[in-house]
Write a protein that binds this ligand. Structure first.
Ligand SMILES: *Cc1c(COP(=O)(O)O)cnc(C)c1O
Length: 377
């Protein structure tokens, strides 16, 4: 049996090798490393795939989040509502821009912002909400959209883990996550559901004005060549990365299906185990399973992790320390915040291998090993 990994990018590459190598070679032969035709092609294809008016590629997902907040024209001290139960990038850019992260607890089922707890966190300084579609399932966007409208707040979706996911609006319309708020952000980090072979990211918006500002910020605040009107940054998607993404975007739906097959198989195997909760599936959001994350109750997680490793089954904790308990946020007295669900989940979640290249034999081995490992703890 092939070695089991959290993500198997080598086997995935093996299947698309000739087309990827050819596409990269084209960039090399033409030396169009920056802003080559591949970048524009990718931008257009992603716009079509997401059914969104503007896609602005950039250098990575963290930049996408930072540029979003810059584009909204927020002032130092303005408050931005965000979960603490997320990858650090979401919250870090808020502090970097001298904005104040206001951590709101998450929902135990979706792992995403608890929309019931947002309104009590809103103050006259609140300007934006940054929901994260964690592990590949959307936050409760129907409610978040209503709250934002009522309080006149911007929404920046952190869609780094949920690209390709469909969301059902209250009016029945299906839309892609990342296109629901004012701006959507994503990352093409290699292990993401749509990953390139280095760093990459993008912003999405249906707002023409915001699109213009975002493009300008990502390009040194430039309005015309060598004329810089606002302070920006340099954030570009390389042509080589775009060339890879053009090939992988065409396979994204197929890749998502493969992840769902793995998730369904785990669900079946683990649904009746004592102390183990399989991921909740919302009716409104189609889970794209960037991660397959279980909640363990009354089970020694470290022991289980070690025991799984003895069967050559890797497992991971996403994430071992929530943002509000990170040293970088101490100045906001964030450690004293009461985020009971975030703290509860942080101690109990465990993620199993999930990717596009899982073989039946590997899946069977993981399921049976998990049950044996559980028996030992
Ligand atoms: C990966 C990720 C990011 C950051 O993306 P980079 O491309 O690594 O900068 C931000 N938010 C979430 C939720 C992520 O998973």
């Amino acid at each position: 049996m092939k070695k089991i990994q959290m993500v198997d990018l080598i086997s995935q590459y093996d299947k698309i090798k000739p087309s990827v190598n050819k596409a990269i070679e084209t960039v090399l032969n033409n030396a169009t490393f920056i802003n080559g035709p591949e970048v524009n092609e990718f931008k257009t294809s992603l716009q079509e795939y997401l059914n969104v008016k503007h896609v602005i590629p950039c250098a990575n997902g963290t930049d996408a989040l930072q540029i979003s907040l810059m584009a909204l024209g927020l002032q130092p001290g303005d408050e931005v509502i965000t979960p603490s139960f997320t990858y650090i990038a979401t919250t870090e850019v808020i502090a970097l821009l001298n904005l104040k992260p206001i951590f709101v607890d998450v929902d135990k089922e979706t792992f995403c912002l608890d929309s019931k707890k947002i309104e009590e966190a809103i103050t006259p300084k609140t300007k934006a909400i940054v929901p994260v579609h964690l592990y590949g399932q959307a936050a409760n966007m129907n409610e978040i959209l209503e709250i934002a409208k009522k309080h006149n707040l911007f929404i920046v979706e952190d869609n780094a883990q949920a690209i390709g996911s469909d969301y059902k609006l209250n009016n029945g319309e299906m839309v892609k996550t990342g296109t629901l708020g004012d701006i959507g952000c994503t990352s093409f980090f290699p292990s993401k559901n749509l990953g390139c072979y280095g760093d990459g990211g993008a912003l999405f918006t249906n707002n023409d004005e915001l699109a213009k500002t975002i493009k300008q910020i990502a390009n040194h605040g430039q309005s015309e060549k060598y004329y810089h009107d606002i302070v920006g940054c340099n954030s570009r998607l390389d042509s080589i990365q775009a060339a890879v993404l053009n090939i992988k975007l065409k396979k994204l739906d197929e890749y998502i299906d493969s992840r769902r097959i793995v998730a369904n198989c785990y669900d079946k195997a683990f649904s009746n185990l004592n102390g183990v909760s399989t991921p909740f599936r919302s009716n409104d959001s189609k889970h794209v399973f960037h991660q397959y994350t279980l909640i363990l109750e009354g089970i020694d997680r470290d022991e289980l992790h070690k025991s799984l490793a003895d069967y050559n089954v890797p497992s991971m904790i996403y994430y071992p320390v929530p943002a509000h308990r990170q040293k970088m946020f101490q100045k906001f007295n964030s450690k004293e915040l009461d985020l009971p669900v975030t703290d509860w989940l942080t101690k109990r979640v465990i993620s199993l291998p999930i990717h596009t290249e899982m073989e039946a034999e590997q899946l069977t081995h993981i399921c049976s090993s998990f049950i044996k490992a559980l028996d030992k703890t």
